[in-house]
Design a protein around this ligand. Structure first.
Ligand code: GTS
Length: 260
């Protein structure tokens, strides 16, 4: 594969160039990784991109979609991610689809391990990076909360792709019922996280979905004090803050049909 195009990533002048590589899909490395030493001349807030081999590879469409939480978790855990962006035309050729276990993206690679199913990816990374509780009971509670997030995400996806024009108002009206269990869990737990006293993959997943809800309806969290401060607190974690402010991340559409 030959380099096709080069552009400069956002950040200060220490940013490395990012290569878009010609091939079945465009490839870029976006590291959400902070270097603070004076030796590197990078500030704490610099988002930089690298040519170095990334440990993880994500193949997906150019949307946040089902991978926002994964990117947020990797940023918070200071992990690099190599992204293969697949265009609609490339997908329509069918070869990639045929190679996917369930005929769908995202696809995630950790060395030789190839995973499909976005929640499986979150669990895998949760296990590897200390975001899956401190014991089996916490892990099961995290699974439960994450399954609750998935149920709600599926409702959101149905709204976006099937009934946006006719169902948006009803969805927003019902959102307070849907958010109650999460508000209750946070109010009860007091640590600022859904389960235990440390952030888990279910928190990244819920946080990502709540950001979508704030875009759908800016007042959606107004009557939920615990959820509101939860979102503010997670958004203020330094690496997550930088990711949310990063142009590459900001410009990604939330969904594939332009609705949000
Ligand atoms: N349960 C899967 C997951 O969580 O990863 C669902 C994946 C999925 O729905 N993928 C969609 C897809 O590949 C893209 S997106 O909805 O995640 O943006 N669609 C293309 C197709 O041919 O089905």
């Amino acid at each position: 594969m030959q380099p096709q195009h080069t552009f400069r990533a956002s950040g200060n002048d220490s940013s490395k160039n990012v290569r878009l590589i010609k091939g079945a899909s465009r490839t870029h490395f976006c590291s959400l990784h902070f270097r603070s030493s004076s030796r590197t001349q990078l500030s704490n807030r610099t988002l930089s991109c690298y040519y170095t081999m990334a440990p993880y590879t994500l193949t997906y469409f150019a949307v946040k979609g089902r991978c926002g939480a994964l990117k947020i978790m990797l940023a918070d855990k200071e992990q690099q991610l190599k992204e293969n962006l697949v265009t609609f035309d490339e997908w329509m050729k069918g070869d990639l689809k045929a190679s996917c276990v369930f005929g769908q993206l995202p696809k995630f690679e950790d060395g030789d391990l190839v995973l499909y199913q976005s929640n499986t990816m979150l669990r895998h990374l949760g296990r590897k990076h200390g975001a899956y509780g401190k014991n089996d009971c916490e892990a099961s509670l995290i699974d439960m909360m994450n399954d609750g997030v998935e149920d709600l995400r599926l409702k959101y996806i149905k709204l976006i792709y099937q009934e946006y024009e006719t169902g948006k108002e009803a969805f927003i009206k019902d959102l307070s019922n849907q958010l109650k269990p999460f508000e209750a869990a946070l109010a009860k737990n007091k640590s600022g996280f859904l389960v235990g006293d440390q952030i888990s993959f279910a928190d990244y997943n819920l946080f990502d979905l709540l950001l979508n809800f704030k875009v759908l309806c800016s007042t959606s969290l107004d009557s939920f004090s615990a959820l509101k401060s939860y979102v503010d607190k997670i958004a203020a974690r330094p690496k997550i803050k930088a990711l949310l402010e990063c142009d590459d991340f900001k410009k990604l559409p939330i969904n594939g049909n332009g609705k949000q």
